[in-house]
Design a protein around this ligand. Structure first.
Ligand SMILES: *[C@@H]1O[C@H](CO)[C@@H](O)[C@H](O)[C@H]1NC(C)=O
Length: 360
């Protein structure tokens, strides 16, 4: 699923491609200082391009069906890589002040995904949201072969304005993501919770869609408007999912043993209290209480050496072990003023800054 190293893999590929152009240039007697021109692609380079994106699909460690979908066109491979790196970045940004900072290095991620923690819930939701977002954007940007812009909505929604522009294709991306992430039906509780959280991610994208319009006509009179649907930035989506993570609900199983059919519901307790809510389709859900992520474990490298903010999160991040204070001098732009027209002028200020890091 998520893989922070994938982007690096992608960059490495690009570098290999560059290295590959080198000898070709030498062959044609070029020196490398000629102005850049667009060379006609030979069938040889086309073949190399195909192999390059097949290689990307192989590196993503996909399941059989997913790999088939990845290999359908270079746009899909590129979109998957983009989805993975943007979800990972958003996850790390949202958790930058937490003990678990979304370290996704191999074994930590695998171990987290094998459990039903709140963090697992967030990972499932941000992954599906990131993928839905990336596919819808790739469609409207013309990067995928099988989809284009969002089409006109139902006729009743058409008023004095035209539906036009190039909207983000949520319909296609929904279908793609459901297909891509669907597994052989597995009815155990964890599988149901994972699916539930995956759907929360897709739903958040859907509810963030806005209609954007542009006016045309004499001096902006707006006699004609073109409108299209646009997704909220993934950054906003990640923020919403982080809030859902904070308020996620613990669930247990109400499985009918005879049929294996079941639903997720609050865990059974001898005396159910009023706080036991039935999870809605918009709530993130989890099964197990999270580890504390304080010390190195199979789930995280722990918080030793992490930078924290005094009076804000040092106490909690360092798990009561205390923190080291380091003083350093930094130079920053300050007293900035906007000059007519149109630049900003700043002074350089030198100040002392304290840096706090968690003790081991
Ligand atoms: C997360 O924390 C670990 C130490 O616990 C650190 O090595 C790593 O660089 C941090 N990752 C990010 C993305 O901040």
């Amino acid at each position: 699923m998520l893989d922070g190293h994938l982007l690096q893999g992608w960059l490495a590929l690009a570098l290999v491609a560059l290295a590959w152009i080198g000898p070709t240039a030498a062959y044609f007697g070029l020196t490398g200082t000629e102005p850049l021109t667009i060379l006609p692609l030979t069938s040889e380079t086309e073949e190399a391009a195909v192999k390059a994106y097949y290689k990307v699909c192989d590196r993503l460690k996909l399941e059989r069906k997913q790999r088939r979908m990845c290999r359908r066109d270079p746009g899909v491979a590129e979109t998957l890589v983009e989805a993975i790196s943007s979800s990972a970045l958003e996850c790390q940004y949202q958790f930058r002040f937490e003990r678990w900072n979304c370290t996704l290095e191999g074994r930590y991620r695998t171990n987290l995904l094998q459990n039903g923690y709140k963090e697992t819930a967030f990972l499932y939701a941000i992954s599906s949201a990131g993928l839905t977002h990336a596919v819808a954007k790739a469609c409207s940007a013309g990067r995928m072969e099988r989809c284009t812009c969002d089409e006109a909505p139902d006729l009743e929604n058409r008023e004095a304005w035209q539906w036009g522009g190039c909207g983000d294709n949520l319909k296609y991306s929904n279908k793609f993501v459901k297909d891509f992430l669907s597994k052989k039906s597995n009815k155990d509780l964890r599988a149901r919770v994972d699916l539930h959280n995956t759907n929360v991610g897709i739903r958040v994208i859907k509810s963030g869609v806005e209609t954007t319009c542009k006016c045309h006509g004499v001096s902006g009179s707006c006699t004609v408007r073109t409108c299209w649907r646009q997704l909220a930035p993934l950054h906003e989506i990640a923020k919403q999912l982080k809030q859902k993570y904070e308020t996620s609900l613990k669930v247990g199983s109400t499985t009918n043993e005879a049929t294996g059919e079941g639903d997720i519901s609050p865990p059974k307790k001898p005396n159910p209290g009023p706080s036991d809510q039935i999870p809605r389709t918009t709530d993130l859900t989890y099964i197990d209480d999270s580890p504390n992520f304080c010390r190195m474990s199979k789930y995280s490298p722990g918080t030793t050496g992490r930078k924290c903010y005094k009076d804000k999160n040092c106490e909690s991040m360092c798990c009561g072990r205390g923190y080291n204070t380091q003083s350093r001098v930094v130079t920053k732009p300050c007293q900035c003023q906007v000059r007519w027209c149109c630049y900003v002028e700043c002074k350089q200020c030198t100040q002392r800054e304290e840096v706090y890091t968690c003790k081991g």
